[in-house]
Write a protein that binds this ligand. Sequence first.
Ligand SMILES: O=c1[nH]cc([C@@H]2O[C@H](COP(=O)(O)OP(=O)(O)OP(=O)(O)O)[C@@H](O)[C@H]2O)c(=O)[nH]1
Length: 632
Amino acid sequence: MVLNPVLGKLVSKRVVLASASPRRQEILTNVGLRFEVVPSWFKETLEKSSFTAPYEYAVETAKQKALEVANRMHVKHLRTPDVVIGADTIVSVDEQILEKPVDKQDAYRMLSRLNGKEHSVFTGVAIIHCHSKDNQLEMDITDFYEETKVKFSELSEELLWEYIHSGEPMDKAGGYGIQALGGMLVEYVHGDFLNVVGFPLNHFCKKLAELYYPPSKHNVQRKKYDSIPSVDTFENQSDGESESSNFTKQKGASKLDSSGTYSSEAVYASENSSGVRTGFTVPLENQNGVSQSAAKLPSKILELMDGFRASKALFVASKLKIFDHLKDKGPMKAVDIANDVGTSVCGTERLLDACASLGLLEKTPQGYSNTDSANTYLASDGKYSLHGYIIHSNDHLWPLFTNLESAVKEGSRQNHRAFGKKADDLFKDYYHSQEVKQRFMSAMHSIAHLTARDVATAFDLSQFKSACDLGGCTGALAHELVQVYPNLKVTVFDLPEVIANTSYFQPSGQHTAPVTFVSGDFFKDSLPEADLYILSRVLHDWPDEKIHVLLSKVSAVCRPGNALLVAETVLDEQKTHPSVAVLQSLSMTEGKQRSGSEYKQLLEKYGFTDVQIKITGNLLDVVLCFKKSLSL
Ligand SMILES: O=c1[nH]cc([C@@H]2O[C@H](COP(=O)(O)OP(=O)(O)OP(=O)(O)O)[C@@H](O)[C@H]2O)c(=O)[nH]1
């Protein structure tokens, strides 16, 4: 496996991403690359007609972006980076190149052109290795491009405009973001998905492998530039430091290493007899440029070691409603955010930088702003907001996990240590404290919203006329079900204390047919009649005795041919994956997570048959089973 070692090659280098694109930052951060972000000032104004193919335009633009940053850093800041990465993403359709729309009308023009058709997305990438010799900048440029084909469905005008009004198209090539709402417009993708999002990670790693592990030295092919390409199109921006004239002085002054060899990097990998790399070490250069070997970086372990810091930074930023502030008012400077939320400037600045480093915020000279993900998932008002669950994680789960060591030693939940209360008393809080109740319901609502579409569509449920979501809380899944199946009527059955608080979570702020809310205790009261019963995120929470009571009741009320749908994260048969469910078990509730065969066995025990399991790839998987007919 060459990908990780290749990225390890960059560990000891000053790597600069010459891009303001938060997506590119996120893609590279996600694979553990450490880099500085220095957005390029190169204006994307190359004459398109002078290129014979669209990808040539993308590659040249990427190169110019990276060159501008390498030059600027060398000349203005006297900080020569080791590696500068530039990228440019374009969409090509009907021999036209589409970049980012300038306004809504332009977005409409682009999206109409893509409507119902296949188009190509090209990302050009330039990797520049820089060396400073006698204060002259020498550069070694490698470039490449990746093409991905994307097809849009036939989309109505109404949908196009709704999408445009979401604001998402404006900073995206071709006017759509495949990674977010724009994904709904797409029928298929052929090729690298991340290439569409803005950075062809796989090709990038292969390119680095070619550069750092050439088959043999004389085979290395690298393009050479005799002079720095034109800087005439650089934006004449001033950031308070001296002069854009420096750019012109620099023009033509730098040249590339003409030796044809590539820096002083040594290849430390050795190969076993099968040609497989073994005993890989990452070369580190000390201050004097002398190579030392160090152990392979255990990036996964380092990430786990630091995970708590990252979680807490996210929790605190959410608690302070920083993502809400930035959604409404961003970009904002740290001092203004601190004033608004009543925090210290220095602490806020550190928190904001941490969020930017985690890819949650974008930092530019104008200040901090939300990334797309932060707008969608972290601001508290969005349909898919996870704010409620994050606050629950901070206020409830974090204190429990702080006592994990005792939990493991004693094999029990640590409410007494975490909250100074027994589990039962805590449950009373849930009934009596409006704040705790609201927090818990928001948390459940967050997850239900995020998973509802996948749960509702995992199986074709159109044969059912009525459904009852037992413990359906705010009704998020119920509302999704009636959207997907317009002939379905859904009853949400939950405790009176829950039902009394559901109005706040309804799409229009009120309960609306065909979703009705009925209060009751599913362990004690009779269950509403339905063709389909639903237990979503219920079973994993209860001990076997309670599950026995519940499933006996559901089985008794279910008529032959009626069904039960269970939504839970289904473990693999070894019960070690997915880790999200395995880690949840550490909360030490009296319940447990189950594998597919365990769910099958459990449900069959209560008279259900034809148990089918769908792994959705979302947080919840779905199990559907039918009540045995009498003749079986
Ligand atoms: O599906 C998606 N397609 C494209 C994008 C984003 O679109 C932009 C493309 O613009 P460009 O390559 O010019 O990059 P900029 O954002 O302007 O940043 P630079 O500073 O590098 O010029 C890019 O951000 C893609 O990520 C998308 O998000 N989804």
